[in-house]
Design a protein around this ligand. Structure first.
Ligand SMILES: [Zn+2]
Length: 373
């Protein structure tokens, strides 16, 4: 039997190696110590092991990855950026700003972009209904001209352009719930009215000064960028309210022909790089919400891509919950290893005043273009 949820995964993705780094003596951090780069392979590897332990691997259709061509990389990046990444990859190093790779690592970045393309192909040809690309390195910070913040090539942007150019789609929606702002994706589609970009992120976390409520797209593409900056501490209640009040009605009104998710798990309560408090049940619920819209507007076509997620202990469970949401008949539900503690934190129970104000600010900004209230 062919299962209707696809998985793009290959152990070679684990070979992307951002290395170690020295925490230096600074005012903030008054001692030095070497530690593994946060964007190491552990989360992807453990997620895959967890999928196996849950019996999910046997209920997923494997989608072979492939490499992305130069032309596909240049759907969204300048030739100068691509050749810079290739040049630095000969010996390894930082291919942008905070985007280290090992010698030869450009090859894996291309396989990540190609894996995103393969996921789109599998969904568009009807081989699967939806697909999850468990790919590395991540992509959403990479702009047209620059790798940034652990991201080499912008996998999701390349996937969106591929859907347009090869499969003839016009309207694509990208929902980005990684805790950081998807500045690269926003940059690439800033002036494009055919690509709707919605980002839920911790307000002004990274990159600084991106993802403001008032950043709504260039002239001619106004309202096609929807930024939802939430205050630190936001949890399941605020995220689900933002989904219900902003993301879902805008997606329904835009009626994309394909939905893509930058599905980082670094808004989780355990994440060392974020300060949000999202837990496993919300990742499941957000996935199901977007699937419902996809069923209404685009024949359930949905592609989910891994981005950030830095808790080696918790992010794999959040990722598995996304799989649970995507699958028709998951063998068993994902148990939250921090339950019941995770259900009783404030962010899981109620929307605080500052979170409510943040959501309301987006509604009042975006209601010029969308049926939100
Ligand atoms: Zn992130």
């Amino acid at each position: 039997m062919a299962y209707r949820t696809g998985l793009v995964y290959d152990p070679i993705y684990l070979d992307h190696d951002p290395g170690s780094y020295l925490i230096r003596y600074t005012d903030d951090f008054p001692f030095g110590e070497v530690e593994p780069h946060p964007s190491g392979p552990v989360v992807a590897r453990r997620t895959h092991k967890l999928l196996q332990a849950l019996g999910y691997l046997d209920h997923l259709t494997p989608i072979p990855m492939r490499t992305a061509t130069n032309a596909e990389i240049e759907y969204v990046h300048t030739p100068e950026m691509r050749t810079r990444v290739e040049r630095i990859s000969k010996h390894g190093g930082d291919v942008g700003i905070g985007a280290p790779i090992a010698a030869g690592g450009e090859h894996i970045a291309r396989l990540a972009a190609g894996g995103a393309i393969a996921a789109v192909d599998a969904v568009m040809t009807g081989d699967v209904r939806n697909a999850f690309g468990l790919i590395r390195p991540p992509g959403h910070h990479a702009t047209r001209e620059q790798s940034l913040g652990f991201c080499v090539y912008n996998n999701i942007a390349i996937a969106a352009r591929h859907a347009q150019r090869v499969h003839g789609l016009q309207r694509i929606a990208i929902v980005d719930w990684d805790v950081h702002h998807g500045n690269g994706t926003q940059d690439i589609f800033w002036d494009d009215p055919d690509v709707l970009f919605i980002s839920l992120h911790q307000d002004n976390l990274f990159p600084l000064n991106w993802g403001k409520v008032g950043d709504t797209g260039a002239d001619g593409a106004q309202g096609r960028t929807v930024n939802v900056p939430l205050p630190p501490g936001s949890g399941n209640a605020a995220y689900l309210a933002a989904m219900q009040e902003i993301v879902l009605p805008i997606l329904e009104a835009f009626a994309p022909e394909l939905i893509l998710i930058s599905a980082g798990q670094d808004a989780s309560v355990q994440d060392p790089l974020g300060r949000m408090t999202v837990t496993v049940p919300a990742y499941l619920a957000m996935t199901r919400m977007i699937m419902d819209v996809a069923e209404n507007v685009c024949d359930s076509r949905l592609v989910v891509l891994q981005e950030g997620g830095y808790s080696n202990y918790y992010a794999p469970f959040c990722a598995a919950a996304i799989f649970q949401g995507l699958m028709d008949d998951p063998p068993e539900p994902v148990m939250d290893p921090y339950s019941p503690r995770s259900e009783v934190q404030p962010g899981a129970i109620s929307v605080s005043g500052d979170q409510r104000a943040a959501i309301d600010a987006v509604v009042s900004m975006q209601q010029e273009w969308w049926p939100v209230e």
